[in-house]
Design a protein around this ligand. Structure first.
Ligand code: PHE
Length: 329
């Protein structure tokens, strides 16, 4: 019986032949095993023990064969669990995302400036001309307002006509200087890190969206020396102790005097942004008395800093979404 049963179960090639074999040998009501079990009562006392053990052996081997055949045919065992699942196989590593290099840079810069007492402030990316131009001492006819140099929103025609309700994507984070001063009184020590937008054709060093780190310090008796010290300490922390800093005379409507800020790093002078002493007209625009307060402001390019530090050659790589590039950071 045992070999007959095992052969039948082993050769079962589909659900039907399997089920027939199972019922024939191991069926609960009329199976061959069941019949033999019923006859056990008639076995003589001294043989009964041996017969019982043998029966159990046969029963076990047939039940095992049923299990094996079932698994072979369905991929599931008798409890329905998926026997194809092998917990000993090595797992598939899930793809885990990580923080974008520019976001990492923003966190790092915020931390360095935080150690010098600068608090982070934010402002909207969609701005009105007051915060992007007027309060920053940029007059109506200034070329910086040119529609070709700014992303005016659909109200562009209104903008061209100088109408109310004009909005644009901010072209500089200096807007946040105004917002902070409108809301708070000196002393002020803030930075603002965020996106700015200018219609530049993308190339290795230009992108129509980039980030700036704006800094603003307002107090009594602030000098250019304070500005230079803060920027030097910042650069030493971010780029390395051996970095040197250079100011070149420049012009911005909202600072007087104004400078371009260069850092000497690895033997080359690189321009990282602009800075200067806050223009009295800006203080007047936000309701401060320019006789009583003084301050400095600066705006540095975040991509430039990040690219310098990590040896990135093309700004477009940062925004390509190419994981082969991004996953290096
Ligand atoms: N807003 C200037 C720019 O975008 C940089 C700047 C900021 C200059 C603050 C002076 C003071 O070029």
């Amino acid at each position: 019986l045992q070999s007959e049963a095992l052969a039948a179960l082993d050769s079962a090639s589909d659900a039907e032949s399997f089920e027939a074999a199972r019922v024939q040998f191991a069926g609960q009501k009329k199976g061959a095993l069941r019949d033999i079990q019923k006859q056990m009562g008639s076995v003589a006392g001294e043989d009964r023990k041996a017969a019982g053990m043998r029966l159990n052996e046969v029963k076990k081997s047939i039940e095992d064969a049923v299990e094996v055949a079932q698994r072979r045919l369905t991929g599931k065992d008798s409890s329905g669990a998926d026997s194809m699942f092998d917990p000993t196989l090595p797992g598939i590593r899930p793809i885990v995302g990580h923080i974008h290099p520019i976001t990492q840079t923003i966190t790092h810069l915020t931390e360095i400036m935080g150690r010098m007492g600068f608090e982070a402030a934010e402002g909207p990316e969609v701005e009105d001309p007051w915060h992007n131009f007027v309060a920053l001492n940029i007059p109506d006819d200034h070329p910086a307002r040119d529609p070709l140099d700014n992303f005016y929103l659909a109200t562009a025609q209104a903008a061209a006509r100088g109408e109310e309700g004009t909005r644009l994507l901010r072209s500089q984070t200096s807007t946040v200087q105004i917002r902070v001063m409108e809301e708070t009184q000196p002393p002020i020590r803030v930075i603002s890190l965020g996106r700015v937008y200018r219609p530049d054709d993308p190339d290795a060093t230009h992108f129509p969206m980039f980030h700036q780190m704006e800094g603003l310090l307002v107090d009594a008796n602030v000098t250019m020396a304070n500005l230079k010290t803060v920027l030097r300490v910042f650069a030493a922390n971010y780029l390395g102790d051996d970095v040197e800093i250079r100011f070149r005379p420049s012009f911005f409507p909202f600072t007087e005097p104004s400078v371009e800020v260069d850092f000497l790093w690895d033997g080359t002078w690189i321009e990282f942004g602009g800075a200067g002493m806050v223009d009295p007209n800006v203080f007047t625009a936000v309701g401060y008395d320019p006789e009583k307060v003084s301050g400095f402001a600066f705006g540095l390019g975040v991509e430039r800093l990040c690219m310098r530090r990590h040896g990135i050659k093309d700004i477009r790589d940062l925004y390509s979404g190419d994981l082969r590039f991004l996953s290096q950071f």
